[in-house]
Design a binder for this molecule. Sequence first.
Ligand code: CO
Length: 209
Amino acid sequence: MEPALKKLFAQNRKWSQSIKDEDPEFLEKLSHQQKPEYLWIGCSDSRVPANQIIGLMPGEVFVHRNIANMVIHTDLNCLSVIQYAVEVLNVEHILVCGHYGCGGVKAALESKEHGLIDNWLRHIKDVYRFNRNKLDKINSQNERFDMMCRLNVVEQVRNLCNASIILNAWRQKKKLSVHGIIYSLKDGHLENLNISVSSLSEAKRKKMI
Ligand code: CO
């Protein structure tokens, strides 16, 4: 086996053994069903791994990741994850997690061409356009970048609130909250953006729908 893969398999056996040492039945029990309480929608960035950041074991968080943690109305991949999480797994919390220093957000702020990915980044450029007045007032480039990372999370939470799956869940009075949070690569801390929504009336009151 190639050394790069061999290392992974060796680490995998070590990991599974450490889980068994802690609780011999953990993996066996988990193999029968998953019952996560959370759905995480985050960036694909290798520095932002869902389970580790929030200290959750396998089985505790359902995860969808893409470039710049986007919730796009026509993205069947993301929508399918959301539907399964809400309707089958009955998760009670959906966390949209952005992060400072996001390469996707940065690329969307530039005018350089990046190829196919530009079509994906288009959606983040829209976030800039929606918030142009607020953003253009910020002189510091770093602060503007940080603000864009936060505003992108807000926009994706808004998209989530407007997804038919979420609207239907709230209409059915299902217990379901959506949250916007952001992660700092520098200190490993999560910050709550305080834009949580738990019902249709709250979504309307907070102008998310
Ligand atoms: Co990112």
